[in-house]
Design a protein around this ligand. Sequence first.
Ligand code: ADP
Ligand code: ADP
Ligand code: ZN
Length: 222
Amino acid sequence: MNLILLGPPGAGKGTQAKRLEERRGLVQLSTGDMLRAERASGTALGKKVQAIMDSGQLVSDEIMVDLIAARIDRLPKGQGFILDGFPRTQRQAEALDAMLAKKGLRLDYIIEMKVDESALVNRLAGRFSCTNCGASYHDVHHRPKHEDVCDVCGSRDFVRRPDDRPETVKARLKTYRELTAPILPYYRAKGVLRTVDGMAPIDRVAAEIESVLERPGAASNG
Ligand code: ADP
Ligand code: ADP
Ligand code: ZN
């Protein structure tokens, strides 16, 4: 099963993708995590995208499409995946469709996580993530079960993203509104978009996603 989690920064895509990895054996493909890994290892690509990411703009479609295509190619045959943070523009959405068709793959579900923009600055200001596995936590809404230990992998190292500061978050939300939200009608028109209430508590959102996955997906929409 292959799916996309779509929603603004802070909607809970990463949080739910990790849950789906555990519950369903899917692999999370987070383009944000991939870019941060490039930066951390100081690659040419990492250096190239640094300033763009820090300002809340989008990295070019060409770079992103190549990055995700290479990643999908490396998956074991039949391994289902969750796209988190991709596609983010109409061109990426179209390139993804073409790429998957060429590989003989398809998307079963596109899940929109609907949230009030007013909640997002707070969600991101309180976000911290495990440096080892990327699991994301929140100072108030989602603390690790054992203080300072990652629930998922047991690591004790956490980071806060510099682009989660409110000034940059505002730029990222503007980018989302202008470039990413317009792809929702594209998927809606294809009849494959499902919407869940991303404002509900994390467990409730997870349950709502499960109930979407239990209903027929794209294959039966013709
Ligand atoms: P969030 O999960 O908070 O929405 P991400 O971690 O997905 O944020 O992305 C961080 C940054 O990486 C973005 O602000 C953007 O600069 C870049 N980025 C990630 N994915 C893409 C993409 N598909 N297209 C263009 N830029 C991207
Ligand atoms: P995204 O990947 O969409 O940018 P994250 O999954 O990283 O978002 O979540 C952003 C922040 O909000 C994190 O600190 C996370 O712990 C918290 N969070 C995620 N889902 C919820 C929720 N349903 N209610 C409250 N806080 C949440
Ligand atoms: Zn971890």
